[in-house]
Write a protein that binds this ligand. Structure first.
Ligand SMILES: Nc1nc2c(ncn2[C@@H]2O[C@H](COP(=O)(O)OP(=O)(O)OP(=O)(O)O)[C@@H](O)[C@H]2O)c(=O)[nH]1
Length: 185
């Protein structure tokens, strides 16, 4: 319930459909084409079930994934506390060079926030993964999360030995919106 399906629908269709999804069973698929540095990149996105009882199904998909977006809900402490366990699973089942991104979703729900942004940042630093807060509801940073991954994968695939490396951390820091910091009503 951290918002994985909602995030994907926001990215794919540019809209938020509140409370309308039943829990994902097993795996859902979405194909989406994005343009990165004038090149079209096809993303096949697997939306995994979050619930424990589907774990054996989702494990099978880790091995083939080039990137993993790992979400917690900023209003739900246990979803944040579970991130370490998810990272352990990823290291066990996924490819060693998989691109990982940590996302603190539901950033629009600031009045019910249970995890501060700097706690997310600290955890991400500990594991050397990029981090941002997102909202499937307002769309903040949703496009960026997927395009940053697409950029990283494209650069990895195309890179010649002497070419400088794409810096996903720096790209995200320069592009991300700090939700809630700058709006006044
Ligand atoms: N306010 C707010 N609500 C959200 C956001 N993202 C998801 N929700 C709500 O949170 C609930 C769960 O969202 P889902 O997208 O079904 O979550 P999920 O992670 O796919 O759930 P599972 O498939 O069961 O693992 C729904 O009621 C959504 O409307 C968000 O960014 N902001």
């Amino acid at each position: 319930g951290v918002g994985k399906t909602s995030l994907l629908v926001q990215f794919d269709q540019g809209k938020f459909i509140p409370g309308s999804f039943s829990a994902t069973v097993g795996i859902g698929f979405t194909n989406k084409e994005v343009t990165v540095d004038n090149v079209k990149v096809k993303l096949q996105i697997w939306d995994t079930a979050g619930q424990e009882r589907f774990r054996s199904v989702t494990h099978a998909y880790y091995r083939d994934a080039h990137a993993l977006l790992l979400l917690y809900d900023i209003t739900n402490k246990s979803s944040f506390d579970n991130i370490r366990a998810w990272l352990t699973e990823i290291h066990e089942y996924a490819q060693t060079d998989v691109v990982i991104m940590l996302l603190g979703n539901k950033a629009d729900m600031s009045s019910e926030r249970a995890i501060r942004r700097d706690e997310g940042e600290r955890l991400a630093r500990e594991y050397s993964v990029p981090f941002m807060e997102t909202s499937a509801k307002t769309g903040v940073n949703v496009e960026l999360a997927f395009t940053a991954v697409a950029k990283e994968l494209k650069h990895r695939a195309a890179r010649h030995p002497n070419e400088s490396k794409f810096q996903i951390h720096e790209y995200i820091e320069s592009q991300k919106e700090k939700s809630g910091c700058c709006s006044y009503f």
